[in-house]
Design a protein. Structure first.
Length: 602
């Protein structure tokens, strides 16, 4: 446990390489943060480190610098295909950020090459890049790294490459476990040499993390960085220069308040958090239309290739809005974020702290605001006690305008918006049901009608949570929502094609159902035709005459029965034919009898 103050880099008990000090000067990092001054000397003295530090405290440099120092002090220079350092982090954005910071230092150390292994790109391209360029420093997300270890068939032997490993870093280690990467981490650790230095960096300590410490570190030095003279039990978990606020508004007014706030802070840089990917998609697209003259970007975990570019572009902006999920809550360093807005409180209290930590980083000032429903106000007290995170009440947002009618108009004009709204509503309700703090966020208290109005829904979706309930406070739009068309002509053309296919399928289904329903009737007619066949065969066996009309009638009956079974004709049409055939047969029999050798008069 350490109590450490900031200091200049030359005050460290270990000497840093001149080129590292030069890069720090160029990056304008004059002073160390407490976590840096605590971890760097220990790491450089070959100690394993388990560090817990408040979000935004400069953990990246706390391992980037010692990683380089350790590699520089190697007796044998690393060859092209030898990995000396491995840095594992939970998200692509954080991996990109670490690669960027590492890259600034590597400009002065051309003998080292680094490679980034993350999702969202073709793994074969990563394999080829590794084989062609090699790598001494690997920055990776767990899923892609585990996949690379299994790519021997593609000519990549990563297991051999990491035998030279000197240092392993697990960044945001608690988040790695929260996101379900425990099995992947265990698989990766089996490939790594036991004789290595390991650094574990996190914002919070958990039981699961403690297991990982025991499994991956040998007698680690534990570091908890906090303000000097403050007891660990009472330390505030959010940055000291963060102004943390909350506001309370009804479900149907929440989005209106958000839009009004964003319009009043057009020239600032803001992050807006929602609970689900679908909510980001829906409200993000709505904000693009409603907030004029401002760059609005969206990021969530289900995005593929474009996610990395969006993140990189937003970091460079001087002002703008990033609408996101908790994929952006941990460790991400976006310069000069003025406000973090939480439109939906996160599912876990620890995520609340991490979201707020995207502003007020490295000693800067910042602001955070969470929007709460009236029934959720006790969450403020909960955060103060459970997360040591006090909140102040924010003054009511001024000049709030009702933008929901415009949002409805957008939905009526484009099926993509209508469908996004329905998915967002469903995902919000499902996320609410899974909230960690279920005593405050109670499903039974949720006003579905007000919520649906807040999402500007045209009608309520069909979902289990609404089954058997009525909502007199919600008025559905008088419109057949099937008639709402996609603005995208290709999507609309595809939809019309699918609707036509569904119509044909329904027709076939009705015919098949009708046939099955009257299976007994069908069997009866089958028997009639078989009876005719047997009668004709018997006549032939007995040497009796079977005329052409009998054969023609029999063939016709068989053909029509097949059509009936395939649903090509109706039962009524088949029955009509059978009756007509019977009548014709009786007439022919009567005519034959009248012209025959017997005379009733004799």
């Amino acid at each position: 446990m350490e109590n450490i103050t900031d200091g200049k880099w030359d005050s460290l008990s270990v000497k840093l390489h001149d080129s590292i000090l030069q890069t720090l000067k160029e990056l304008k990092f004059t002073y160390m943060t407490p976590v840096q001054s605590a971890c760097i000397p220990l790491f450089m003295r070959n100690k394993d480190v388990a560090a817990e530090a408040v979000t935004g405290s400069g953990k990246t440099l706390a391992f980037v610098i010692p990683v380089l120092e350790i590699l520089l002090k190697r007796e044998e220079r690393l060859r092209k295909m030898q990995v000396g350092a491995l840095i594992i982090t939970p998200t692509r954005e954080l991996a990109l950020q670490i690669t960027e910071v590492m890259g600034r230092f590597l400009e002065k150390f051309p003998q080292f090459r680094q490679i980034l292994l993350i999702g969202g790109s073709n793994p074969i391209e990563d394999v080829e890049k590794f084989k062609n360029q090699g790598a001494n420093i690997v920055v990776a997300t767990p899923g892609r790294l585990e996949d690379m270890f299994r790519r021997k068939a593609d000519g990549l032997d990563l297991a051999t490459a990491v035998k030279s490993l000197d240092v392993l870093v697990l960044d945001e280690a608690d988040r790695l476990l929260d996101m379900g990467f425990e099995m992947s981490l265990n698989t990766i650790l089996e490939y790594l040499p036991k004789q290595r230095r390991t650094g574990l960096f996190s914002a919070t300590q958990t039981q699961e993390l403690e297991k990982l410490v025991r499994a991956g570190l040998r007698n680690p030095v534990r570091i908890t960085v906090k303000e000097k003279g403050v007891a660990a039990s009472s330390v505030q978990k959010t940055p000291a220069r963060l102004s943390n606020y909350y506001t309370v508004c009804r479900a149907e007014e929440k989005f209106n308040n958000l839009v009004a706030f964003l319009r009043q802070h057009k020239h600032e840089k803001l992050l807006v958090f929602f609970s689900t990917c679908a909510c980001v998609e829906f409200f993000g697209k709505a904000l693009e239309v409603l907030i004029k003259g401002v760059t609005v970007r969206c990021i969530h975990g289900k995005m593929k290739e474009k996610r990395n570019k969006i993140f990189a572009d937003f970091r460079e902006l001087k002002s703008g809005i990033l609408v996101c999920t908790d994929v952006m809550a941990r460790g991400i360093d976006i310069p000069e974020v003025n406000w973090v807005l939480q439109c939906d409180p996160p599912s876990s209290a620890s995520s609340f702290v991490h979201r707020c930590g995207r502003t007020a980083r490295i000693g800067n000032h910042g602001n955070a605001l969470v929007f709460l429903l009236p029934m959720e106000e006790s969450y403020v007290h909960f955060l103060s006690i459970n997360q040591k995170c006090p909140l102040q009440r924010f003054p009511p947002v001024k000049d709030v305008v009702d933008v929901l009618p415009k949002l409805k108009t957008l939905a009526l004009g484009d099926r993509a918006v209508f469908e996004k709204g329905m998915k967002a509503f469903v995902s919000y309700v499902q996320a609410y049901a899974k909230h960690e703090c279920s005593l405050i966020f109670r499903m039974k208290d949720l006003d579905f009608a007000a919520l649906a109005r807040g999402f500007a829904l045209l009608r309520l979706p069909k979902m289990p949570e609404l089954r058997g309930k009525t909502f007199p406070d919600f008025t559905e739009e008088i419109i057949d929502t099937d008639t709402i068309r996609f603005k995208d002509k290709n999507r609309e053309k595809q939809r019309q094609k699918m609707l036509a296919q569904q119509k044909d399928n329904e027709k076939d289904k009705v015919l098949r159902k009708n046939f099955v329903k009257n299976n007994a009737w069908s069997k009866q007619n089958d028997k009639k035709v078989k009876k005719k066949k047997m009668a004709a065969k018997r006549k032939l066996d007995e040497g009796s005459d079977v005329d052409d009309e009998d054969i023609s009638e029999l063939l016709n009956d068989t053909r029509l029965l097949k059509k009936l079974k395939k649903g090509k004709i109706s039962e009524e049409e088949f029955e009509k034919h059978m009756n007509a055939a019977e009548t014709s047969k009786h007439r022919r029999a009567a005519a034959t009898h009248a012209d025959g050798p017997y005379d009733d008069g004799e």
